[in-house]
Design a protein around this ligand. Sequence first.
Ligand code: KMH
Ligand code: ZN
Length: 272
Amino acid sequence: MNKLIITAAICGAEVTREQTPYIPLTPREIADEAVASCAAGASIIHIHVRDEKGNPTQDVKVFKEVVHLIKERCPDLVLQVSTGGAVGMTADERLQSIDAGVEIATLDSGTTNFGDDIFVNDLPLMRHFASRMAEKHIMPEFECFELGHISNALRVVKEGLIGGHLHFDFVLGVPGGCPADVRNLIRMADSIPSDATWTVSGIGRHEFEMAAYGIAMGGNVRVGLEDNIYLSKGLLAKSNAELVEKVVRISKELGREIANPGETRKLLGING
Ligand code: KMH
Ligand code: ZN
């Protein structure tokens, strides 16, 4: 099996200080967590940013500041910005992040229920995002919250709007989205082209169970406080690095080595 690519999703858009005191919010805190996650074994950082009140923002100035602070200390890390932002943001607002100077951006591949809300990603929005990423030579990571989202992603590719190596993230366990069940993961992994790569993000208490399946199946893994704030039942993770370290331990027990950023670029066909 290839080495394991670990993505750290540092803060997301939804988690609050009321839920966990350990969620990083300022650019400096987010960068510190990214650097520590890298030292723990993450080779990709999934970036969201917050404004001075701690609310989600897609302001490219804040993204650029975080990117700068990370690159200062970890120039090799693979950085990925979110174009999902937070539910309710406009498409233009969400797309600002692709100007932050990174190699990968998420391309959310279909509308989904998101708790009480609806996270809108219709095909016209996907086509627009794909074209803008292609113009800027940014690789998309197709975020699939449902099986049908894979079809949407492949449709945008077939339409010629974006090409190159295809990489998917199966986000399982969002309330209202596809449940985090290994049978769903197998079905999704079987539904992408054989030369594509995938990672799995298990949401909430499913994070490590899905990580273990992802490792065993030859996929890759995303963990982080965006997806889950607990290290184990009832025990808050004190940092993203703790979550990454746990995945590294599971992976090594299962005999799979961890990819460094250079190896990750090769596996994903990124030129750097
Ligand atoms: N915050 C979610 C509504 C992404 O980063 O592209 C969207 C999200 C997906 O987190
Ligand atoms: Zn995200």
